[in-house]
Design a protein around this ligand. Structure first.
Ligand code: FES
Length: 197
């Protein structure tokens, strides 16, 4: 067995030092990579802004509707007339092809007009109807929001792709669409501003 020389004792010490320095540099480098990755995983303000949409309703007259985009989908907001509300309220749920609310603010409700106009705070505001404007048949965008567009047999919306008719509460009444137009999550953050999403 050979004796351990001074050289053997010194060499590992130098190597250890080099490894220690290299390891520290790698750790710093890894931390530098991890921080931006974690940062990227936190949704920033612009992403959150896309997830929700605030809409000022103050310029919408009674009887008018607007279309806004939310998460890449059209959303119809209609300020209904007293007559439109009355007709929708008087329609028995038992007459409807789809008797569910399809309201993401409360999916357990039936398709009554009150349920269709209920916001996330549980309050129904019959004057305002908020809908995702995508036909529940095959995804066309129904007509009836812009002035002069055909509104179908029930004075709501009409999908020209295959002839689905929705009423003044956005409920399917005739045609191949199987479900009412969905009501997105929304809340009124003031009397005239609604936040969708
Ligand atoms: S996509 Fe609307 S009726 Fe077919």
């Amino acid at each position: 067995m050979s004796a351990i020389s001074d050289h053997d004792l010194e060499e590992p010490t130098r190597r250890d030092f080099i490894h220690l320095v290299a390891g520290s540099a790698a750790a710093v480098g890894a931390a530098g990579v991890v921080v931006p990755l974690v940062h990227q995983m936190n949704p920033d303000a612009s992403v959150l802004a896309l997830a929700t949409k605030e809409v000022d309703l103050s310029s919408i007259e009674v009887g008018q509707a607007i279309k806004v985009m939310w998460q890449g989908k059209p959303v119809f907001i209609r300020r209904r007339t007293a007559e439109e509300i009355a007709v929708a309220e008087e329609t028995p749920v038992s007459d409807l092809p789809d008797d569910r609310s399809r309201n993401l603010n409360d999916e357990a409700l039936d398709a009554s007009d009150t349920a269709r106009t209920t916001a996330s705070d549980g309050v129904a505001r019959p004057e305002w109807l908020v809908l995702v404007g995508v036909c529940t048949h095959l995804g066309c965008i129904p007509l009836g929001t812009s002035q002069g567009e055909i509104k179908g047999d029930y004075n709501g919306w009409f999908c020209p792709c295959h002839g689905s008719h929705y009423d003044t509460a956005g409920r399917i009444r005739k045609g191949p669409a199987p479900e009412n137009l969905p009501v997105p999550p929304y809340e009124f953050i003031s009397d005239s501003v609604v936040k969708i999403g």
